[in-house]
Design a protein around this ligand. Structure first.
Ligand code: UTP
Length: 470
């Protein structure tokens, strides 16, 4: 059989033979690209994805309880920091960014990590993270490898951006780019959609594709051979994330009750209605496990429930910052758990209609399938959640405007940077609502935390509306 016949046969076996109708009219190179694309897709998994996501049983959410949140105090922070710093110095920690998303809400033309994110100089997100890693490498006299999950769609652009920027002053060999898997989009009946003649409509398989991508690329083996035991996992869209946080790393391995497999950071929900997933505990056959409940699934009464201290009982907002042990990832990779549950979302996907004409739907017409990394949490025996401050560590850029936009991120960045300078005696202008009335940027090479600014009190004061950079 030739490749065309083989692919036809494979599609027929999974009841998707319509994909190749008319393909014989394609020029040879286009046909060959099309066959390669089809054969790179997990077609045999599609039926399972469809049944799993359409028959997903809702969990009994009445059994949820608040998670084991660790609140930082001076004594425990010092203890955790010592443990974490030792791991970093020993070269046991790698950074891991998931950067394979499509970033459709932001609408930026390139990979999201190339987006100019900082308040005054507009440093791209990748540079912000690179400088943090570089500062940590200098502080702890160690090389810190950086694993970056891309998608087949943005891998080449991402690599080119790093090369064009000379790896932001870091060693080229300390960067590992790992393209994640992709999956086809389907219509409501499960038929694969075409985005053009000779091209299937696809999307990356979600940040939950990370474990499989780390495994199949050989990255987990590489880490293990190099003595790396912990991955500092973060998303590409948060310029305030602490890329290498000794306190979180120390809590992950050293906090009472942690199995050191997978830990999370959380911030307090702003209010009961905030649209953010929350960390909770849920009983399972294996005992109580940590999980994330999406805002749309959390019953309203539970979202408003308060604890004895008057705080939201289910108020531990997930900010998608985790530490994942390499051993835990390897255990998942060696079992069926490498495939985290599929979720499907109803979206607008431009595609060819039955007559072969490209349509741009006005209403959702297609299903996209994705896995979420937080679905690995219940697979960890005892997972801890470290509470942190939203202003200190969370200023995501997801939307072009409004909440979680560049504008809202800039305000939080200036508030955090102003607070850092204030803590060493600099006078900062504030508005009536308490926010900082200046644009203040602090580069990671100048300070990784407020304490690094203790020699900067000579700055004196910052003027209202001033643009200030160190
Ligand atoms: P989001 O859920 O914000 O999705 O990703 P997105 O694709 O970036 O943006 P929209 O929804 O299209 O606007 C959260 C993080 O997970 C990564 C993203 O790059 C981001 O760091 N991600 C998401 C992946 O690495 N792969 C995916 O398939 C999806």
């Amino acid at each position: 059989m030739n490749p065309f016949q083989e692919t036809t046969e494979r599609l027929r076996r999974v009841s998707q033979a319509h994909v190749l109708v008319g393909a014989e009219n394609l020029e040879a190179p286009a046909l060959s690209r099309f066959l390669n694309q089809i054969n790179s897709l997990p077609l045999e998994e599609l039926a399972g994805m469809l049944t799993q996501t359409s028959s997903q049983k809702s969990r009994d959410l009445s059994l949820l309880s608040p998670p084991n949140v660790i609140r930082q105090d001076a004594a425990s922070s010092m203890e955790f920091r010592a443990v974490g710093e030792q791991m970093i110095r020993r070269g046991q920690v790698a950074a891991f960014t998931v950067a394979g998303g499509q970033g459709t809400r932001l609408g930026w033309r390139g990979p999201k990590g190339t987006y100019p994110a900082t308040v005054v100089t507009g440093k791209p997100l990748f540079r912000v993270f690179a400088e943090q890693i570089l500062a940590s490498e200098r502080r702890y006299s160690v090389r810190i490898p950086w694993f970056i999950m891309t998608s087949p769609q943005n891998d080449a652009d991402t690599r080119a951006f790093f090369a064009d920027n000379n790896y932001f002053g870091r060693q080229k060999q300390e960067h590992v780019f790992i393209p994640q898997g992709i999956v086809p989009c389907t219509d409501a009946d499960g038929n694969i959609l075409l985005s053009g003649a000779g091209e299937i409509a696809t999307n990356p398989d979600g940040h939950g594709g990370a474990i499989r991508a780390l495994h199949s690329s050989g990255a987990l083996q590489e880490m293990s051979a190099r003595g790396i035991t912990q991955l500092s996992y973060f998303q590409v869209d948060n310029p305030l994330v602490r890329v290498i946080d000794p306190i979180f790393l120390g809590a992950h391995v050293g906090a009472p009750g942690s199995s050191g497999e997978m830990s999370s950071k959380c911030v307090s929900k702003r209010n009961a209605a905030e649209k953010v997933g929350v960390l909770c505990n849920i009983p399972t056959e294996a005992g109580s496990r940590t999980t994330v409940i999406e805002y749309s699934d959390l019953p309203t009464a539970m979202a408003h429930q308060r604890d004895a201290a008057g705080e939201l009982a289910f108020g531990a907002a997930n900010i998608a910052v985790h530490v994942i042990s390499v051993e835990f990832a390897m255990r998942l990779a060696a079992s069926n758990d490498i495939q985290l549950p599929w979720h499907r979302a109803h979206k607008k996907v431009p595609c060819l209609d039955a007559t072969g004409v490209l349509t741009h739907p006005e209403k959702p017409n297609a299903y996209k399938f994705e896995c979420f990394i937080f679905d690995a949490l219940p697979l960890a025996r005892c997972s801890i959640t470290l509470q942190t401050s939203r202003m200190e560590e969370f200023a995501p850029i997801k939307n072009a405007e409004g909440e979680d936009s560049p504008a809202s991120s800039h305000r939080i960045q200036s508030d955090r940077n102003g607070a850092w300078l204030e803590s060493v005696g600099v006078i900062i202008p504030r508005r009536a609502d308490g926010s900082v009335d200046a644009k203040i940027e602090i580069g990671p090479l100048a300070a990784l935390e407020a304490n690094d600014l203790r020699n900067r009190s000579t700055i004196g004061s910052i003027r209202r509306g001033e643009e200030f950079v160190i």
